[in-house]
Design a protein around this ligand. Structure first.
Ligand code: COA
Length: 176
């Protein structure tokens, strides 16, 4: 039987679900390559219910869950206008977070989420989508390159007390 895939925009009533998926996927992705202290600090400062419900209430941000057969498999966070963490170009959309649980990776769900982001950006009349990716997250960088993203800059990202370098990559949107 084919899997049922749902793409659902959420608001602050889903804060608990967002805390759970954010913490699980952030930890799975970065714990193997970062210090336990920095990881704990980041999770405690950034992935709390208070912080995430505030982000969910921001009118220039949008959060979506992807569910597979009713199980939360991952999520997507988009930023528009001043909510963008850098650039802040009204013609752009930032894909701030795109995360899948490990068990759901490599099944084209990442591509599904990027395509949703592109679709939303086009509907909003934007010219490009962009994102920041840790310079050592080779898996994600190859994934973005394969889709056609190209690096255009870099910026700093704070993980606990550590300053890390994020590559900024963009994808120009073509007219439909
Ligand atoms: C990065 C991520 C979103 C990619 O999603 P995914 O579902 O695993 O990737 P997909 O199955 O959609 O892959 C789409 C295409 O990219 C390719 N691809 C995926 N991972 C790749 C890799 N490591 N190297 C090269 N190509 C890759 C796939 O082969 C596929 O190409 P194809 O259509 O020609 O077969 C997902 O792996 C993830 O959540 N990783 C952990 C969190 C993370 O790092 N997020 C990004 C933070 S910036």
């Amino acid at each position: 039987m084919e899997a049922l895939i749902e793409f659902i925009q959420i608001d602050s009533s889903a804060t608990e679900a967002l805390v759970a998926i954010s913490t699980e996927t952030f930890t799975e992705t970065f714990a193997p390559t970062n210090s336990a202290g920095s990881m704990a600090q980041y999770v405690a400062n950034n992935l709390t219910a208070t912080k995430l419900s505030k982000e969910l209430d921001c009118r220039d941000s949008a959060f979506y869950l992807v569910k597979v057969n009713s199980e939360v498999a991952g999520y997507l966070k988009l930023n528009f206008n001043e909510a963008q963490s850098d650039v802040k170009d009204a013609n752009a959309v930032e894909i701030e977070r795109i995360y899948l649980k490990r068990a759901f990776q490599g099944q084209k769900l990442g591509l599904f989420l990027i395509n949703k982001a592109i679709e939303i950006a086009k509907l909003e009349g934007k010219r490009y989508v962009w994102l920041g990716v840790w310079e050592h997250n080779h898996k994600a960088i190859s994934f973005y390159q394969k889709i056609g993203f190209v690096q255009f800059d870099s910026h700093e990202f704070k993980l606990g007390d550590e300053i890390q370098l994020d590559l900024m990559m963009k994808l120009e949107l073509k007219e439909a």
